[in-house]
Design a protein around this ligand. Structure first.
Ligand code: AKB
Length: 340
């Protein structure tokens, strides 16, 4: 008999760590992870098994399919926006071909189990593309159907994978005699920049905020690569995990969309810097704009409308900017670096 598991790809990544932490705290004991690297002890101790390999390795996925019965997949493995701009073809292979392979695994599992497999997909505000700062300012908070003109390979990947997930969930092999509708229960959130107290991001363009506060906490100099007026939405990692869990726990009948916006706070980089200085007056931070990375931030929305998530699955961020610092970032970051 195959063991029933929950599969997390990119398990050693930022959101992977947050998911493992939260699901383990809730008593989930059948977590299996995949990552390109050997996972750290934190993940190892909280998972039933961790497989080192690529989501593109069909033999690995076949092994997983044979060995396990998958209840749900949290597909976190991806190349983020900055890294994807340096390696766009590899990004497409990982972000799109990898997602297609995982969707196909979910479908095969659901068909053999005879019941749906839940599939969480982390999309991104990178699917949006504003053509100018003026239009970004006029557009304000974007709804899910606004300005879906991505200007990065990562954003293109995420937007197409949203459509792939919708296809697998509602239209898979629609000329076949077998009805697969609903077997892959695809659910996605377009995440803003995410700030974790426990981990640092790798290869994102929104990384300036987490990099700034972690550098301040470590007493290190930091050159912020965006202008002080650069503005995009952010949320804490704990709120990102809360959003995932609320969406995945929602009855399918309550969901009017497969892809949702969520929001928490949207400070400018200068406002974020001021907040950091409140807690770290000695923070040694300069603003040295990288025009290319800035152009990506300028194409992303200054805010998003998350009323659909609020209505369908009772989403509400716990941390606004002030609470993000006072209740999450500062206490957790201090304990992280003071123990070092
Ligand atoms: C990135 O910066 O690429 C990601 C994102 C906003 O999706 N953190």
């Amino acid at each position: 008999m195959r063991k029933s598991i929950i599969l997390i790809t990119g398990v050693n990544g930022e959101i992977g760590h947050g998911l493992v932490r939260s699901l383990h705290e809730e008593g989930v004991t059948n977590l299996v992870g995949i990552d390109l690297v050997t996972v750290d002890n934190f993940v190892q101790e909280r998972t039933q098994d961790c497989l080192v390999g690529s989501i593109l390795d069909q033999n690995l996925l076949e092994r997983i399919n044979a060995q396990y019965e998958i209840e749900a997949i949290y597909h976190m493995a991806a190349l983020l926006s900055t890294r994807a701009e340096f390696s766009p073809v590899i990004a497409h292979e990982v972000n799109v071909d990898g997602t297609l392979k995982l969707l196909d695994l979910a479908m095969e599992q659901a068909q053999s189990r005879g019941k749906p497999v839940k599939f969480f997909f982390p999309s991104s505000i990178a699917v949006y593309g504003l053509p100018s700062l003026k239009e970004k300012s006029l557009a304000g908070a974007l709804g899910e159907d606004d300005y879906r003109y991505p200007q990065t390979m990562y954003g293109c990947n995420k937007l197409y994978c949203e459509s792939l997930g919708n296809y697998y969930g509602h239209y898979f092999k629609r000329l076949s005699a077998n009805d697969s509708k609903g077997l892959v229960d695809f659910r996605a959130i377009r995440f803003p920049g995410i700030i974790s107290a426990h981990t640092l991001p790798a290869g994102g363009t929104s990384d300036y905020a987490p990099e700034m506060i972690h550098a301040a906490a470590k007493g290190e100099h930091y050159d912020c690569f965006v202008r002080k007026d650069a503005t995009i939405p952010f949320m804490t990692m704990s709120d990102a995990i809360l959003a995932i869990e609320l969406l995945m726990a929602a009855p399918q009948s309550k969901l009017t969309k497969t892809v949702y916006n969520v929001k928490a706070f949207n400070p400018s980089a200068g406002e974020f810097f001021s907040k950091v200085k409140e807690y770290y007056p000695q923070a040694d931070i300069d603003f040295v704009t990288n025009d290319n990375r800035q152009s990506i931030i300028d194409s992303w929305p200054e805010d998003v409308n998350d009323e659909k998530a609020r209505h369908d699955w009772n989403w509400a961020a716990i941390h606004d900017l002030n609470k993000a610092f006072s209740d999450y970032l500062i206490p957790e970051i201090r304990s992280r670096y003071e123990h070092k």
